[in-house]
Design a protein around this ligand. Structure first.
Ligand SMILES: [Zn+2]
Length: 505
């Protein structure tokens, strides 16, 4: 069985003065969590234990009881009268942060070792432990009771004492019979929300390899993420390479203009005020609008990708690895904008991954090398140009492609998206000859593809689908179903058009 978790967000309606109580409760939670983080740093071996044992060890180190009258680092010195379940929730939060910090530190050490071993200088700074704690308080059972769809009773620290408090809940209802986790009390601007994780159990989907080799009806949704107007281009493909549908998801120009304008304002404000106070965030409101808009768009785009995959019953989502950020030159607003556009791609991938998993769709990634430079039909190098430009050379970022070898014309993003899907299917189509993670599937492919193209040229005929594939970008609208084609290498039967071939057993 596999499990997926979604978070149900509900708004708390409370008296205005209770907002201050929630804030005090959260501050206390963070103080206790920060204390436990320090305890863990002082006793690093705690991290080698599982969560339950680590919890017990940390309580022995800090909690005063009759059997344990003198703990090493008493919690009572930081805060008194902490309810057991409040303490455990804080320990859990501290353990999570400590494990994450530890993992980052470990990776940094490895990178350092590797670089020094090569005789290079290593300049990357080590990760730092959290300087400030701003976690939302988790309410374990015992900290809340009498929950209904419209109200619940919470136990919060008011700043002076612990108090039970009834609040009203509005917003989305919890699904009945769902497996709910401990809710969190989350600050949202001036308001407070209740976030409840809701679990869903389903049978685990078969592995990618199994789906692609054992089931000829498997459909994959290949996604090319971009930084231009089309943030994503998705194609639905079958295992043997037919293209069933395409969708472009736009909005890149609008977000880029929005960000650029605000980054420009940040730069102008900074110019006016001169020095920026150290350790203090400037232009708080402007940064928040940029962040919120980016976040919102990433959720929107990822949701639409997953919806598209679900509509066409695709069971695998394929992206390419994102590569590294290529810094741009120019004004502050331009540099900042391109950096955020790059981060946006990472976010869309992450959000799409978990949203897809909730729909029982697996996500994987393929080598990005030359996905936009090679023709999806024959593997030759393509010409990339814009409308009205001469059709030669390769201008990165332009929308159209033309293949000089097979005369395929189309949209560059769509070509890349098809290519990404093909990378995944070729990875499993000939396991005996190709390693699963062959570093250069593209190179190997183009050699084979040329062979096939040559044999077809010699015959002077082409399957009917070729003509369709050539036009593949000229008429595709948003989400129109299109049939392109891809030759499966190593199954030569030139007289039979690809689409009529029987599914492979
Ligand atoms: Zn071609």
């Amino acid at each position: 069985m596999a499990k997926a978790t979604t978070t149900i967000r509900q708004v708390l309606n409370h008296r205005p003065e209770h907002g201050a109580w929630f804030a005090a409760n959260q501050a206390l939670f963070n103080r206790v969590a920060a204390f436990y983080f320090e305890v863990i740093q002082a006793h690093e071996r705690v991290l080698e234990l599982g969560n339950q044992e680590a919890m017990r060890a940390l309580e022995t180190l800090t909690h005063t009881t009759e059997k344990n009258p003198h703990p090493v680092m008493p919690l009572a010195e930081v805060a008194e009268e902490i309810p057991a379940l409040f303490r455990r929730a804080a320990i859990h939060a501290a353990l999570g942060s400590a494990r994450s910090f530890q993992a980052h530190l470990e990776k940094w050490r490895k990178r350092k070792e590797k670089t020094l071993a090569k005789g290079k200088t290593f300049t990357e700074r080590p990760p730092v432990p959290p300087r400030s704690w701003n976690k939302s308080a988790t309410l374990y059972a015992g900290q809340w009771k009498e929950r209904t769809q419209s109200s619940m009773v919470l136990k919060v620290w008011t700043g002076t004492c612990w108090s039970w408090l009834q609040v009203r809940i509005t917003g989305r209802e919890l699904p009945p019979y769902a497996e709910t986790g401990s809710p969190q009390l989350v600050r949202h601007g001036k308001a407070w929300q209740l976030h409840t994780p809701v679990g869903k159990q389903f049978s685990s989907p078969p592995k990618v390899e199994q789906q692609l080799t054992a089931n000829a009806h498997t459909k994959i949704c290949a996604v090319d993420l971009n930084m231009g107007e089309h943030l994503a281009c998705c194609t639905i493909q079958t295992v043997e390479g037919s293209i069933l549908a395409t969708r472009f998801i736009s909005g890149g120009t609008a977000i880029s203009g929005f960000r650029k304008q605000r980054l420009g304002r940040v730069a102008r404000n900074r110019n006016k005020t001169g020095l920026i106070a150290k350790g203090e965030q400037d232009n708080v409101a402007l940064w928040r609008t940029i962040r919120d808009r980016d976040e919102q768009l990433a959720h929107q785009v990822s949701r639409r990708i997953v919806q598209f995959a679900r509509e066409h019953e695709a069971s695998i989502l394929v992206f390419e690895h994102l590569g590294n950020l290529k810094p741009e030159k120019g004004r502050y607003s331009r540099r900042g904008n391109s950096k955020r556009a790059f981060w946006m791609k990472g976010r869309i991938f992450r959000y799409a991954t978990y949203k897809a998993w909730n729909e029982r769709i697996i996500t994987c990634r393929v080598n990005p090398k030359n996905t936009s430079r090679e023709c999806a039909c024959c593997g030759a190098q393509v010409v990339r140009y814009a409308q009205g430009q001469s059709e030669e050379g390769y201008t990165p970022g332009t929308p159209l492609v033309l293949c000089p070898a097979c005369h395929m014309r189309g949209h560059a993003d769509r070509n890349a998206s098809i290519k990404i899907g093909q990378r995944l299917t070729t990875r499993y189509s000939k396991p005996s000859q190709e390693k699963p993670h062959a570093p250069l599937p593209g190179a190997e492919r183009s050699v084979k593809a040329e062979g096939v193209a040559a044999s077809q040229d010699a015959k002077g005929e082409e399957p009917p689908s070729m003509a369709q594939a050539r036009r593949h970008g000229s008429s595709n609208g948003h989400g129109t179903a299109q049939r392109g084609k891809r030759r499966r290498m190593g199954t030569p039967s030139p007289s039979i058009p690809t689409q009529l071939r029987l599914p492979r057993e």
